[in-house]
Write a protein that binds this ligand. Sequence first.
Ligand code: SAH
Length: 376
Amino acid sequence: MEEVLTNPKLGYYINRDVFGADGDFITSPEVSQMFGEMIGVWAMCLWEQMGKPSKVNLVELGPGRGTLLADFLRGVSKFKNFTDSLHIHMVECSPTLQELQYQNLKCITEDSADGNEKKGINSTITGSSVSWHASLEQVPTGLPTIIVAHEFFDALPLHQFQKASRGWCEKMVDVTENSSFRFVLSPQPTPATLYLMKRCKWADSEEIFKLDHIEVCPKAMDLTQEISKRIGIDGGGALIIDYGLNGVVSNSLQAIRKHKFVDILDNPGSADLSAYVDFAAIRHSAEEVSGVSVHGPMTQSQFLGSLGINFRVEALLENCTEEQAESIRTGYWRLVGEGEAPFWEGPDNQTPIGMGTRYMAMAIVNQKQGVPVPFQ
Ligand code: SAH
């Protein structure tokens, strides 16, 4: 899964813009500017709870087109004390998407006087410095940190186990005689079995007993601990939003191409692979680290609702054309609604589908900060 998505030459994310109507799938920041704006509200509230530090690392994991952060920065741009504190760090593996993020954050590169060495990159939306990194590990430590991960965890490689007569076996990918791929079961325990054992210890034995498949995501568990350690030491907090479950995930790995589900093994690297995020595993992984507290998950609908998205909709609707009003209303429904929009009068195959309950939000914060907004 990791190779298929992030192989430096042929990985799915590496050479293309995959988002939006012309791409393979659409994400909340691409649905409505209100999404990034609300994350900005969340981050600013956390910054206030942190005691308004004069320097903060703002880290986004997997920023896609950079739309979330662009809307975030535009939304908070009047709050100078906050924006002046921000040092932005984008964790992105795709050079193509890095370039798009540079454009969408309206970045400029300042050269040094002799014109040879790069001096630094700044977003002209707020003047904040921006830098890019291939992993969180490479982001400098030592400053209070706010981390945002939207639809990042669902792209991390997972391992699937299947119950067989000899016990839980990992599903592996094999090459057949005619060079196509097929799934096989491992004959003996694999390294990921250690993570399966860890995951099962956190669950009720009854919950496990009912299942014939279990997915574990070692990278998500390890990344959660890395995030938690950083926040435990440097202060701040992380917000994770994704689609998923607050419990063991059984069999959710899927491939999407041009907005349609396709076979996982069909033409790898040409379709997105993603899976449900196991929020309970994230919670337990974070709770093993000292100095942090974990909040949620709550549904995206509750999260955005409590942050006041309905006031933002009203404000936007006051000053727009009829066409824009339609797009604001459908965008709002997709972010907070559940299922098909009841007010829709257009073609059936374009009915907006609400993502408000399938997506969930969770926060990991430094214990000193108390409970973050809106998890009280
Ligand atoms: N947050 C964005 C994009 C989600 S798609 C949005 O909501 O629109 C996942 C993003 O994570 C892409 O930008 C992809 O290139 C990046 N990504 C996936 N795996 C990664 C990895 N292992 N390291 C760094 N970036 C990764």
